[in-house]
Each structure stands twice: as C-alpha cells, then as structure tokens.
Design a protein around this ligand. Structure first.
Ligand code: ADP
Ligand code: MG
Length: 260
C-alpha cells in the first residue's frame, strides 16, 4: 500500500471562538492533483495553514491524526521543504524591488531577497534557470517585481515556491484579481506544472481555475468537508448549489467547468 502524502482524521481548528475546520478527514496521494473548492469563509485557507503548520488543530480530540508521509511529528522546516506554497499574502510580501532571478533563489532560504549570509550554489543557480523556462519568465529574469504585472509577479513567486523541488505545490486562490488574459496564462502555467511531477493542491472559489489535470475536488462548506470525489461527480448543480448556498447552473467546456 502506498503511504499518502497527507492523511488527516478528525482535524478541528478554532480561530478564537470560531470553528474554522470541523472534524475534517482527508487523504491525498502523491501525484494526485486536487482542488479544494468552497465559498469565502468556508475554511479553505485555514485548511492550508494547518497543512503547513501555521495553525494547529484543537488538541486533544479523540481520533485526531495529522500525518505527512505517515509521520505525525515533523520538524516544521523539514516539513515545509516538502511543500511549496503560494498565498496572496506571500505574493504581497514578495512584491519588493528584487529581480525575478533573486526572488526565485530566495526560495532556498525562505527569505525575501538574498542577503550576504545566504550562500547560493551553482546547483541552486541551475535550478532557478530551469524554473525561468518552466514558468516562461526568462525574459523577466532581471526585472524587479515592483515593475511587473500581477500575473508575472505570481509566476515569479511560484518559482520561489518550487526552488527546493517540493513534492506538493499549494496555490491559495492563485487567480484572484487577475484580468482574463493573466488568468489564462496562469492556468496554462498550472497545467505545465501539473505535468511536471509536482502534486498540485489548488484552493479556489472559482470553477474555471480547476484545470483539466485536476481529477478530484474537495468541497468545503462551513468548515466541513461537504463532498470529496471525482470532479465530474462533485461539480454538479445540486452539490454546488448546496456548497455556495445559492442556486447555480454548471456547464463544462473543453475540460473546464463554469458556474453562474
Ligand atoms: P476561506 O479561505 O475559505 O475564505 P478561512 O479559512 O479564511 O476561509 O476562514 C474560515 C473561518 O475562520 C471564517 O469564518 C473566518 O472568518 C474565520 N477566520 C479566518 N481567519 C481568522 C482569524 N485570523 N481570526 C479569527 N477568525 C478567522
Ligand atoms: Mg482563503
């Protein structure tokens, strides 16, 4: 039997008095691209922050388990090296007057910018060069992040998250506030990444972000996992009307789903 990348049982997370995650159980295998879908406030970001151990579950709770590769106790730095994460907060923090190449290299040191005490090896440089091509941002190599469009900045920050070759790439609402062209470009980047070996964990409230390579969708509603299964079984009008708490219509075109 393959050990899952992530296995949770009965995870409950509170923000003060608010139960942001309520007894969530979830298992993700390596190579299984997955979307976590739900309306604002449904607990998606809390789920991600609990995976990366920025937040911790309520403890002790009977039968609560949180494993990564079968292991419950992790050195948090080691754990984070297994995961690359891009959130809107991180994109904001990284939007500093540093060039794209330096931003990617800073991923090796979990810093923003490279400082004299941050060694950069030829292997790190070679990896950063590889990422410039993978993310199609070679032409922006020396451009400062403060002088780039939002879509370009996001690609640079994705490069930073991929520097140390994580097993999983977690993208929290990556297309938020992008215009239609930038959104399409970013979806193409996600498709390339999904084909490159990293497990993509996409968090969104927007159906068209769910690229065709994502086969499984987990729907969140009011802090609970409401539905978890193959995309075609989950993205139905009945399920999404419940999840978004408003009647919706759904259609599929060219492997992408849309809702209105
Ligand atoms: P989503 O990412 O799906 O929009 P969140 O995980 O951010 O949802 O939020 C889930 C719930 O937790 C919401 O009710 C939200 O108001 C609450 N919440 C999130 N962050 C905090 C915080 N730092 N302090 C208090 N409540 C929070
Ligand atoms: Mg969120």
């Amino acid at each position: 039997m393959v050990t899952p990348l992530l296995r949770w049982e009965n995870v409950t997370v509170m923000h003060d008095e608010v139960t942001a995650l309520d007894q969530c159980s979830l298992s993700i295998n390596e190579g299984e691209h997955i979307a976590i879908l739900g309306p604002n406030g449904s607990g998606k970001s809390t789920l991600i922050k609990t995976i990366t151990r920025e937040l911790y579950p309520r403890w002790p709770v009977p039968r609560c388990r949180m494993e990564v590769y079968g292991q419950q106790i992790w050195n948090v730095w080691e754990l984070r090296a297994w995961m690359g994460i891009v959130t809107n907060d991180l994109v904001h923090q990284c939007t500093q007057p540093y060039p794209v190449l330096e931003t990617i290299l800073s991923g090796f040191h979990s810093s923003v910018g490279i400082w004299p005490y941050h060694p950069i090896t030829p292997e790190m440089e070679a990896r950063a060069e590889e990422l410039l091509d993978l993310l199609e941002i070679r032409h922006l190599k020396d451009r400062l992040l403060t002088e780039m469009s939002s879509g370009e900045v996001r690609r640079a920050v994705i490069g930073r998250a991929l520097a140390h070759r994580p097993k999983a790439l977690i993208l929290d609402e990556p297309c938020n506030s992008l215009d239609i062209a930038a959104m399409r470009e970013l979806r193409e980047v996600m498709r390339t990444l999904a084909g490159s070996g990293v497990t993509v964990i996409l968090v969104t409230h927007h159906l068209p972000d769910i690229i065709p390579e994502i086969g499984r969708v987990v729907c969140m509603r009011r802090g609970r996992i409401y539905r978890d299964g193959p995309k075609a079984e989950v993205l139905t009008e009945e399920c999404l009307s419940d999840v978004f708490e408003t009647p919706v219509r759904v259609f599929e075109h060219d492997g992408f789903y849309h809702m209105w």
